[in-house]
Design a protein around this ligand. Structure first.
Ligand code: SAM
Ligand code: SF4
Ligand code: SF4
Length: 338
């Protein structure tokens, strides 16, 4: 089993695993978990339905044997999952796993950054969509100011974690923040990655008019701060990389709508309750928790089941996106993990 590369119907190997460790979040970003939908009565998963740490480790180990080299922990807000550093240390002990990373809104980093680093975490991606505090408060739906996020970024750097910033750009919402964000993180020497607003889930009211393309964002920045391409794009990388001329500081673009990258998508996703999804835009997942909780199932059986799912995989949603497909019912980002 080890060393074998499993490919899907489009010849894409299985290399990355994203694990959503909670469907809960302390934010209500309008493009992800709008407060009108995820209100006080929203039924989040009870603990018994979430994969526990032993189950996550067992599953991740199986995935590593199948070729996965990188694991990213996400959510919801992954730092709302109790004892996350413990999970990181459990995953670090998996032989053959090259990299463990985390995507977070940053609020809890001052509390946990050092423990995460000590547990073996290498990198964090911190999401921040504006530097204007009033606007940011409005976007995150919980009135949280920018300062706590900047403190989180600082804490992560001081702990020795690699840090990148993710900014989702939605037309009419935060396009005014593209240049201020570029300028700030250029000065800080931190990579900023712009993410095109996507039609994930079915609650964020997406349409094409709200997308600002990679090209538009690139040109806006390039006019102010000249950019050059970073050569040596790695297969499976989601971001197109540029650098500010005369510096080592990079800017990335995740152009999931206007320059799609399904042909090199090597990512599998595990939802908080243990369903396997082979695409961010999937409508259904494969129930692995059922197998994990069946005493008769060996690691080999679970591994075979995963291989079957991967070998059947034909997903290329973004390549084929239409206004109609965008309106279809899909799994929510906060549940499957970004
Ligand atoms: N709560 C964590 C955070 O915000 O970083 C991790 C989970 S969040 C779902 C992961 C990433 O997905 C974030 O960078 C977020 O900005 C991005 N995201 C959420 N909804 C999106 C959408 N509709 N389009 C593009 N990116 C989105
Ligand atoms: Fe929470 Fe992240 Fe979604 Fe914002 S993007 S609501 S922080 S899960
Ligand atoms: Fe991968 Fe699906 Fe995104 Fe295409 S749309 S890049 S297959 S997750």
């Amino acid at each position: 089993m080890k060393g074998t590369k499993y490919i899907d119907t489009l010849k894409r190997p299985l290399k990355d695993l994203r694990i959503s460790v909670t469907d809960r979040c302390n934010f209500r970003c309008s493009y992800c978990m709008p407060a009108e939908v995820f209100g006080p009565d929203f039924a989040f998963l009870p603990r018994s339905e979430m994969l526990n740490f032993d189950e996550i480790k067992r599953l991740a180990t199986i995935f590593v044997h199948l070729g996965v080299e990188k694991v990213r922990l996400t959510g919801g807000e992954p730092l709302m999952r109790k004892d996350l550093p413990l999970l990181v240390s459990m995953l670090t002990s998996i032989e053959g796993l090259r990299d463990i990373a985390l995507t977070t809104n940053g609020i809890f980093l001052p509390k946990h950054a050092k423990a995460l680093k000590d547990a073996g975490l290498k990198r964090v991606n911190v999401s921040l969509d504006a530097l204007d505090s009033d606007l940011f408060q409005q976007i995150n739906g919980r009135g949280v100011q920018v300062k706590p996020v900047l403190k989180g970024i600082d804490a992560a750097r001081r702990a020795g974690l690699g840090v990148k910033i993710n900014m989702v750009v939605k037309k009419g919402l935060n396009d005014s923040q593209i240049l201020p964000m570029a300028s700030h993180f250029k000065n800080e020497g931190i990579t900023l990655r712009f993410i095109e607003f996507m039609d994930v889930g079915s609650t964020n009211g997406w349409n094409y008019e709200q997308v600002i393309s990679k090209k538009e964002i690139h040109n806006l920045i390039h006019n102010e701060y000249p950019l050059e391409v970073v050569e040596g794009q790695v297969y499976g990388d989601v971001a197109k990389r540029y650098r500010y001329v005369g510096t080592n500081t990079e800017v990335g673009f995740i152009s999931s709508v206007t320059e799609t990258f399904c042909s090199s998508c090597t990512r599998a996703r595990i939802s908080t309750e243990g369903k396997l999804y082979t695409c961010l835009f999937a409508e259904t997942g494969f129930d692995i928790r059922k197998l994990l909780r069946d005493d008769a199932m060996t690691d080999e059986d679970i591994s075979d089941a995963i291989v079957k799912v991967w070998e059947r995989r034909a997903d290329r949603y973004s390549d084929e996106r239409t206004e109609e497909s965008a309106r279809k019912r899909k799994i929510e980002m906060s549940y499957i993990g970004g």
